[in-house]
Design a binder for this molecule. Structure first.
Ligand code: AMP
Length: 298
């Protein structure tokens, strides 16, 4: 695996590779887990070569958010990527990506202000900007993103369409821990008791999934169910619990035509997100381990 830290060198390396091969890109912020690696594995099945980026992007963090304490473990990440078959790793510094005179940003108005964009003003402006830069640096045929960040997928799909990026966005299923918690680099920052409490996000989604399978389609009823589940864990603060159209991120009244059920909550000082698509109820591995299911229904 070749490790590259400057945009210019990365652009050259990718241009050379792309002459004869298809190129997949997996953008990440590092502290890699199996969710990230599932994107790399998927990319390897669909592209000749795979490039991964590791960049903790300062512009997507608001002042006071967890930029400084975001987990960083570069050596470990390199070993995992190399073992997974990554050809190129792009790991630029913040100065390399944002020179002092950088004043150009990408903003997906409307969509970028919904869900996480509403709770974290400026977040999706930072995401769209860095991903647009990565697209220009790498020039991938396909780019792989996790459905875990469902609002990000919607924002980036819109950006690709509006700005005519010649890239196909591939959204990959959420990878979970055996007890249902969605894998996240931020899970590393949870203390043992918060790790237990964090399961409430999954439990809220699971409650909704069960209701939908029983035939409930009213978004209001489903939302109330989620809020009731969250209320049972007073140490977790809900940021949002929404039922929206997966493309527009606007609320729907009824889930009959498919919906995104999305939650965000503060567990201690860590903000976690999770979601499910109603279309994927059976395949979006919301299946729980038996002991956990028994505990839930006790
Ligand atoms: P991050 O490093 O958190 O910016 O994530 C990099 C990419 O990995 C994003 O496209 C995420 O949506 C994706 N990702 C993160 N966690 C998971 C997960 N548990 N399952 C699938 N994809 C994930």
């Amino acid at each position: 695996m070749q490790i590259i830290t400057t945009a210019r060198e990365m652009q050259q390396a990718c241009r050379t590779l792309k002459k004869s091969r298809t190129l997949g890109l997996v953008p990440t912020m590092g502290a890699l887990h199996d969710g990230h690696l599932s994107l790399v594995r998927r990319a390897l099945t669909e592209c000749d070569v795979v490039a991964v980026s590791i960049f903790v992007n300062p512009t997507q963090f608001a002042p006071g958010e967890d930029y400084e304490v975001y987990p960083r473990c570069f050596e470990d990440d390199c070993a995992k990527l190399e073992a997974a078959g990554t050809a190129l790793l792009f790991a630029p510094s913040a100065e390399e990506m944002y020179p002092a005179d950088a004043t150009t940003f990408v903003e997906v108005a409307g969509l970028g202000d919904r869900l996480d964009g509403a709770s974290r003003p400026g977040h999706f402006r930072g995401v769209a900007t860095v991903v647009a830069k990565l697209f220009n640096i790498v020039g991938p045929d396909r780019a792989y993103f996790g459905q875990k960040d469902a609002a990000q997928v919607a924002v980036l799909r819109a950006m690709i369409r509006y700005l005519n990026f010649p890239v196909q966005l591939v959204a990959c299923p959420i990878v979970r821990e055996p007890d249902g918690l969605a894998m996240s680099s931020r899970n590393r920052n949870l203390c043992a008791s918060d790790r237990g409490r964090a399961l409430i996000l999954h439990r809220a989604l699971y409650g909704v999934a069960k209701l939908i399978e029983e035939g409930e389609t009213s978004a209001e009823a489903l939302r109330n169910t989620m809020l009731a589940v969250f209320a049972s864990e007073p140490n977790v603060r809900v940021d949002y619990a929404e039922i929206v159209d997966p493309s527009t991120l606007l609320r729907v009244a009824d889930t009959s035509w498919g919906a995104l059920i999305a939650v965000a909550a503060w567990v201690g000082s860590t903000r976690l997100i999770d979601n499910m698509l109603t279309d994927n109820l059976r395949v979006d591995n919301l299946v729980l381990e038996q002991p956990f299911m028994e505990a839930m229904h006790a």
